[in-house]
Design a protein around this ligand. Structure first.
Ligand SMILES: [Fe+2]
Length: 289
């Protein structure tokens, strides 16, 4: 375990999809959780301090993101009324989210196994950690918490193209597991849902949840001269490894969020994974040829 003082998500010990599979005992849900690993959010039991930490993170991130996130992210925050003080009550949030795209947020106690995670996505349910980091550890996360999961992911689940894309990733995740290609699906998830950039009206914007929920990386991803920012290329993404111990070395850029569904139209994904397996992995620190 280690600490990156500026970035909570990229500092996490394991990649996202693998972290979901890193549940301490993936064979059974923890005591008190349902068979699908969900638990009641129990919003009434949240403390003033927990709500205050959310407010602190929210205000800090709003400032960090000014003019940097895709338009649909800001629209999602407004549509879902996420700017109201305190950790959102999932029942209220879900009324608005479900009416918009048929998605709901469900509470989970922490890490869930890959198959459980992808099954939730397939059913248009987003599992959100039912806990929040401590005030003394604003930039240190061992697991995605409610701020990363709800602030980072949920606004764009109100956007129809992202809503469909995430469901498709759930279906593909289950198929990839069966085909031994989970790590390639994890790369696709990583370089889109978590660390994707999009071009909007000529400007580079953030849409990846790992960036929008990170104070340090929201600036780094757009403005640092260090990382590569190649145009999204599915074949290349499936072969590109990624960093979990620092900011990313490559951010793949899509042409607006409305292009998300087309990212998966380039042939059968599992066939592409099989093709990618015949070629060497790509180091994300190397500039595209
Ligand atoms: Fe995430």
């Amino acid at each position: 375990m280690y600490k990156d003082p500026t970035d909570p998500i990229a500092a996490a010990a394991e990649p996202m999809a693998e972290r979901h599979g890193a549940a301490k005992d993936p064979t059974a849900p923890p005591p008190g959780a349902a068979a699908d690993w969900t638990v009641p959010q129990d919003w009434q039991a949240l403390t003033q301090e927990e709500h205050a930490v959310w407010d602190l993170l929210f205000a800090r991130q709003q400032q960090a993101l000014a003019g940097r996130a895709v338009g649909a992210f800001e629209q999602g925050l407004d549509l879902l009324r996420l700017s109201r003080p305190g950790i959102p009550d999932f029942d209220e949030l879900n009324e608005r989210l479900f009416a918009r795209t048929g998605w709901t947020v469900v509470a989970v106690p922490g890490l869930v196994p890959d198959d459980v995670f992808f099954e939730h996505l397939r059913a248009r349910r987003f599992p959100a950690g039912n806990f929040i980091r401590k005030r003394s550890q604003l930039d240190y996360l061992e697991e995605p918490d409610v701020f990363h999961d709800v602030f980072g992911h949920v606004p764009l689940l109100a956007h129809p193209e992202m809503a469909d894309f995430m469901q498709a990733l759930g279906e593909l995740g289950l198929r990839a597991m069966g085909a031994g290609a989970l790590h390639r699906l994890a790369r696709l998830y990583w370089y889109t849902v978590e660390f994707g950039l999009a071009r909007e009206a000529g400007d580079l914007r953030i849409y990846g949840a790992g960036i929008v929920s990170s104070f340090g990386e929201s600036r780094f991803a757009l403005e640092s001269p260090e990382p590569n920012r190649p145009a999204f290329d599915l074949e290349r993404v499936l072969r590109t490894t990624y960093r979990t111990d620092s900011f990313q070395e490559s951010y793949f850029v899509i042409d607006g969020l409305d292009g998300l569904p087309r990212l998966l139209e380039n042939g059968d994904l599992l066939a592409l994974c099989a093709e990618a397996a015949k070629r060497p992995d790509v180091d994300p620190s190397l500039p595209p040829a």
